[in-house]
Structure formats: C-alpha cells, structure tokens
Design a protein around this ligand. Structure first.
Ligand code: SAM
Length: 197
C-alpha cells in the first residue's frame, strides 16, 4: 500500500497549526473525559501529537494506513497503553469509544459506510463515536480556505474527494444518534459524540 502521507508527515502538525492555530487540537480533545480504564480505538490519528499530553491515560488501539504517520505516533505516544497497527481497521476486540478525527473527510462515502460497519462490530453496546471534522464553511474566507485545502490534499496526499461527506446523513442511515456537539471556527469545524439507537 502506497503511503500517501509520507511527504506530509514530517510537517503536517506545524502546517495545520500555522493555518488553524489550536482549534483543530481543541476539537479533537473536546470530548476526552474520564478515559482512564476505557478502551479507545483511534483510527487515522496521524502523528498523535494532539493526544500526547494525556497519553498516560490512554489505552486501546491506534490504526493508521500511513507508515510515516504511524511511526511518528509510536514515538509521540510511547508512554500510552495503545497498541499500534498499520493498515485498515479490522474488528477483533471491543472498545468503549472510537475517535475519528479529521479522517472521514479523506474518504469516499462508501469507504465511510464500510468503516462504520466494521466499527459497529467492535463497539460495546453503550459505546460512542467521537467525530471531529470540517463541516460547511461559514463565510467567504472559509470557503476559499476549504477549496484550497481540498485542492492541496488532492495533490499532496492523493485525496479522492472534491467535497465534504455528509457525515450526519451517513451516520443516521446506520442508526447512529447525535448526543452532543461543539462548534469551533464558527461551526466550520465540529466535535460530535454519537451513540447507537
Ligand atoms: C487529514 S489526516 C489527519 C490526521 C490526524 N487525525 C489529525 O487530525 O492530525 C488523515 C489521516 O488519516 C489516515 N487515514 C486515512 N484513511 C484511513 C483509514 N481508512 N484507516 C486508518 N487511517 C486512515 C491518513 O493516513 C492520515 O494520517
């Protein structure tokens, strides 16, 4: 499998901080609470830096399809109780929560649907999905930024999408219910928590 993030991995974190400041990190951390003793599944976590400050409380699994990102995460989160896996997530164990942070926007609708079916097999009955991602831009400048970002990632990381997924429609179709939501950047970025009906 070709590593689409091998070129970006060394400076991905600095780049997102330069463009968005701390907002994306805050969105990723927003629903992180009482994780001690909970099994967390992180899919597409990138270099893992957003989770470094509380890594001692983290246990579960970390799945990445980019070897370069995974190697960074292994170093950045070496004091965590996570096990690290290269490839597409396959359900084997049970988890309390699944974190999908800025990863669904890189996937086609059918990939999201199939990932959600796999996640469902491995989530405890009261388990939750924690989503953080880009939604509709709220003003002219955000629309320009979003268009440039999509173009940049199509070239630099071979992203297939030309738009954003309708996360809510896809989740609701698979019987997920939104429990909580927090807006960042005026609602362009949202952190959401979902559970099964
Ligand atoms: C836009 S980056 C975001 C990284 C990180 N979540 C962050 O917010 O900094 C998307 C990441 O998801 C990974 N990824 C994409 N599809 C994936 C999949 N099906 N399973 C696991 N990782 C995936 C990519 O390799 C990349 O590291």
């Amino acid at each position: 499998m070709k590593d689409q993030y091998s070129l970006l991995a060394p400076f991905y974190n600095r780049l997102t901080k330069l463009v968005f400041g701390e907002d994306l990190t805050l969105a990723k951390r927003h629903f992180v609470e009482n994780i001690e003793g909970r099994k967390v599944l992180i899919i597409g976590g990138g270099d893992g830096l957003a989770y470094q400050s509380f890594q001692n409380h983290l246990s579960g699994e970390y799945w990445e399809i980019s070897r370069a990102m995974l190697q960074k995460a292994e170093v950045n989160l070496e004091e965590s109780g996570l096990s690290f896996h290269l490839g597409f997530f396959q359900a084997e164990k049970e988890f309390d929560e699944v974190w999908l942070h800025f990863v669904l926007d890189t996937m086609l609708d059918e990939e999201i649907e199939s990932l959600l079916r796999e996640i469902r097999k491995s989530l405890k009955p009261q388990g939750t999905i924690h989503l953080a991602d880009f939604f509709s831009p709220q003003n002219f400048f955000q629309r320009i930024k979003q268009g440039s970002m999509i173009g940049f990632f199509r070239i630099a990381a071979n992203h297939k999408r030309k738009n954003l997924p309708d996360y809510e429609a896809i989740l609701e179709n698979q019987n997920w219910v939104k429990m909580a939501e927090k807006d960042f950047l005026e609602g362009w970025v949202k952190a959401q928590k979902w559970s099964l009906k």
